[in-house]
Write a protein that binds this ligand. Structure first.
Ligand SMILES: [Zn+2]
Length: 334
């Protein structure tokens, strides 16, 4: 945490916090955790320079975890610093401490990449296999943006499995609440809800990392077809059983789709995705965004965009392309 001049930092310093603590809050770290640490008796007179405290200020440990790291830092400051700087996970450091505490050469060797099994063998130490396994995995932390993206996927998968386990009446209620068509079999309902979850999760991911594009079928089917997949005709008639193309009599129509885009701040993109989510086109951008926010909130998803005078802008702190998303999981098929 660098503590260079910044008006917001100065404002927190004026409250009575040290510059390191103030700078951490100003930079957007968890203010509650930081203040809890500031006030904690266990902190004593340790400053933000202490590796365990630094871990909280950098958002790499909770106050509770920092407390446990303070003791360890007396013996192995270099190890605790790895957590503070976000080079290793707390879990990895805890495993090294569990297996090799007080054995300085072993800890140094393991930080340098030595196999913990070899180190244990050499020192005639009995270290549990589960501990060795954790250390061997390397303890590289997941970048925060990636864990946000992973959490979005996790919450969406949970919402889908919750929905599948509901009875028909509950499903209907859920669909209605989000303006999703309720007609059709259970399977059709599940497909619509899947499209809904897919689009809303893409919007949230794109709001975090503008490099993640958005595309896909609309939630609701159109009441009548838009484009013939066979001849690309756009004129149709209602046959006895189904719609048919005026040009070629085909009944192969595609679900209307959101064309791939990544700039949600562009009005036409924002309008196209909200309409795919069946938010009324008559709504103002402000109302549309409020609806999106309501949807995202329901699934505990972050939505990092805001609106002013009808203009959408981003509030994400992440750079474009900073996430490395796992291959897209097709939860609808599971
Ligand atoms: Zn046709």
């Amino acid at each position: 945490m660098t503590a260079r001049a910044d008006p917001l930092t100065d404002a927190y310093v004026a409250l009575g916090l040290s510059r390191e603590f103030a700078a951490a809050i100003a930079s957007g770290q968890d203010a509650d955790a930081i203040i809890e640490t500031w006030k904690a008796d266990w902190r004593g007179d340790l400053t933000g320079k202490h590796p365990a405290i630094k871990a909280v200020l950098n958002g790499n440990a909770t106050p509770e975890q920092a407390k446990s790291l303070i003791e360890a830092a007396d013996e192995h400051p270099d190890l605790v610093l790895l957590v503070a700087e976000g080079t290793k996970t707390l879990q990895w450091v805890a495993a090294v401490l569990k297996g090799f505490r007080s054995h300085h050469p072993a800890v140094t060797a393991i930080i340098g990449g030595a196999d913990p099994g070899v180190a244990a063998n050499f020192l005639d130490l009995k270290v549990a296999k589960s501990t060795l396994d954790i250390i061997r995995k390397g303890g590289a932390p997941i970048a925060p943006i990636d864990s946000i993206i992973n959490d979005i996927d996790k919450n969406i998968r949970r919402a889908m499995s919750d929905f599948k386990s509901m009875n028909a009446e509950q499903k209907k209620k859920i669909l209605k609440a989000s303006r999703i068509r309720v007609k059709g079999s259970q399977q059709v309902k599940i497909e619509r809800y899947g499209r809904f979850l897919d689009l809303i999760s893409q919007v949230c991911k794109n709001s975090e990392d503008p490099a993640l594009s958005i595309s896909g079928p609309h939630v609701n089917e159109q009441k009548c077809p838009q484009i013939c997949n066979n001849c690309k005709g756009t004129s149709f008639y209602r046959g006895y059983y189904k719609w048919e193309c005026n040009g070629c009599s085909s009944s192969d129509f595609s679900q209307p789709k959101v064309q791939r885009f990544s700039d949600i701040t562009k009005s036409e993109n924002f309008d196209s995705i909200t309409s795919a989510l069946s938010i009324p086109a008559s709504y103002s951008r402000k109302e549309k965004l409020a609806e999106l926010r309501r949807m995202a909130k329901k699934f505990k998803l972050p939505l990092m965009i805001s609106q002013r005078n009808g203009k959408i802008s981003r509030t994400t702190k992440y750079n474009r392309g900073s996430s490395k998303p796992a291959p897209k999981s097709d939860f609808r098929k599971s």
